[in-house]
Design a protein around this ligand. Structure first.
Ligand code: RUB
Length: 357
């Protein structure tokens, strides 16, 4: 526990915006559904409660969900005093919470393979692995941020969708906002258009909140305004995150992303995804094979428990969509910016990024 608590203290000294952290023998997390109006923090020692928080989107964003794979296994190890069967069951539970974000599955598997090793010191091994994963994820944010910032020119207006920021990741800027934050820190004069992102409004509530905190000039737009702005020459780049990238470069991201990518292509605006090598799923050949999460229709017919449509209205909520690789100008990762043909550049990335990919 000492190593974890030391790591969290060092993160806190770096003034990171942490979605999840461990302190006083408990895991703490911010309720992202209530931001920015309330900063409600919950605490738990129970992996079941953590899994529920991921499922109901109290903790969300693929990077943060990914680290919950590590936190969850660590909690299960502590809770069960290192009982392997309980830990394996916790892994199954965690993986069932959200189907699209592949970081969650990969991180759980990485943790479980350490838990399954021979030896007495299971809790220590799991703790050590948690520390390693958290440090690595944060390092990725800085590296991919620097790589992506090279794509950004002084004076650019950048459109982003949903929230691919610090609280969706490891606290610096997540993926898309790490690129934007690095460009801003390099002194480039940039402006961000943040799409509100129906129905959860992650863009309005959380991206705008972080951009304000980071001092980055921004304008909130509704999702259906992006095509018009691009046609007027108001947007120079689109940068979004990814919940999963297929081996051929097709990507799954928050519903609405595909629409922005089409508008970007039609208007000659480069569309990038900022992500880590960990988000590339080489077991999935193309976007059509990625499981898209469908959430309850009530999340569309109401907002924060207030109905916004007549009672009984039929609604549909695919939570993600697939953007085909021919709409993507580049996949920004911690190893560099991958360009088409993606099947081979992503294979090369796999070779250089090592076994974790
Ligand atoms: C969040 C979402 C974000 C992605 C990608 O989905 O789609 O755009 O997670 O961002 P939800 P990142 O709110 O449903 O979890 O790659 O930074 O995770």
């Amino acid at each position: 526990m000492q190593r974890i608590e030391e790591l969290v203290r060092s993160f806190q000294e770096q003034e990171l915006l942490l979605p999840v952290w461990f302190e006083n023998e408990k895991l703490h997390f911010i309720d992202q559904k209530k931001l920015p109006f309330e900063s409600d923090v919950s605490s738990t020692k129970d992996v079941n409660e953590l899994a529920l928080a991921v499922k109901n989107m109290t903790i969300r964003g693929s990077g943060a969900i990914g680290t919950c794979g590590a936190w969850g296994i660590y909690l299960a190890a502590l809770q069960s005093n290192g009982d392997l069967k309980t830990i394996l069951n916790a892994g199954t539970l965690l993986k069932q919470t959200r189907p699209t974000a592949v970081n969650l599955m990969k991180t759980v598997d990485e943790m479980l393979s350490v838990a399954k090793e021979e030896g007495e010191d299971l809790i220590d091994r799991v703790e050590q692995k948690t520390v390693e994963i958290l440090e690595r994820q944060l390092a990725f944010e800085h590296e991919l941020g620097r790589n992506g910032a090279e794509m950004i020119e002084d004076g650019d207006a950048i459109l982003t969708h949903c929230h691919s920021g610090a609280l969706a990741g490891s606290g610096y800027g997540g993926r898309a906002l790490s690129v934007i934050r690095k460009a801003h820190e390099q002194g480039k004069s940039i402006h961000v258009y943040t799409c509100e992102t129906r129905p959860y409004l992650q863009g309005a509530r959380i991206t705008a909140y972080e951009l304000k905190k980071f001092g980055i000039p921004h304008t909130l737009i509704t999702d259906n305004m992006s095509g018009y702005l691009m046609s007027q020459g108001k947007v120079q780049k689109v940068v979004v995150g990814s919940d999963r990238v297929a081996g051929n470069g097709d990507l799954a991201n928050k519903i609405g992303t595909y629409m922005h990518a089409l508008a970007a292509k039609a208007n000659g605006v480069p569309f990038y995804t900022a992500t880590s090598s960990h988000t590339i799923d080489h077991d999935v050949e193309a976007g059509r094979d990625i499981e898209v999460e469908f959430r309850d229709a009530s999340e569309v017919t109401s907002f924060q428990n207030r109905p916004i449509a007549p009672e009984g209205t039929h609604a549909l909520y695919p939570s993600f969509d697939i953007t085909p690789n021919d709409l993507i100008a580049g996949i920004i990762t911690e190893k560099g910016v991958m360009v088409a043909p993606y099947t081979s550049t992503l294979q090369n990335l796999r070779a250089t990024a090592g076994s974790r990919v």
